[in-house]
Design a protein around this ligand. Structure first.
Ligand SMILES: [Zn+2]
Ligand SMILES: [Zn+2]
Length: 111
């Protein structure tokens, strides 16, 4: 038996940030809310639920990964840690676009 570092925790939960009920994702473990894209700082390694911080991870940026995948960059509102999660295929695309637009605006304002 091989111990997996990445535990599959794909279960229904209620988002602590927007209060919506989040259904299981079915193809991989759901690690953030698809409605508001927020996540809870609960893991040290994905799925371990060992982090005692429990701050709210808010999406601050979108990074393009390999093969047209996107990663959501999070900042914890409690400890300030930066985390990255893969975007899920049912994430609210309006929020994704809004984060991208906000970052483009900040970038333009700086230069
Ligand atoms: Zn939410
Ligand atoms: Zn934290």
């Amino acid at each position: 038996m091989e111990t997996k570092k990445f535990k599959m925790l794909d279960e229904k939960f209620t988002c602590l940030v927007c209060g919506k009920e989040v259904p299981p994702l079915n193809y991989t473990a759901r690690d953030h809310c698809p409605f508001c894209l927020c996540s809870i700082h609960i893991d040290i390694n994905p799925g371990d639920r060992l982090n005692s911080c429990l701050g709210i991870l808010k999406p601050i940026n979108i990074e393009k990964g390999k093969q047209d995948t996107f990663k959501i960059v999070y900042k914890c509102n409690k400890c300030g840690e930066i985390k990255r999660n893969k975007m899920a295929n049912d994430d609210n695309y309006d929020i994704i676009l809004q984060i991208m637009a906000d970052n483009a605006r900040n970038f333009n304002a700086k230069s």
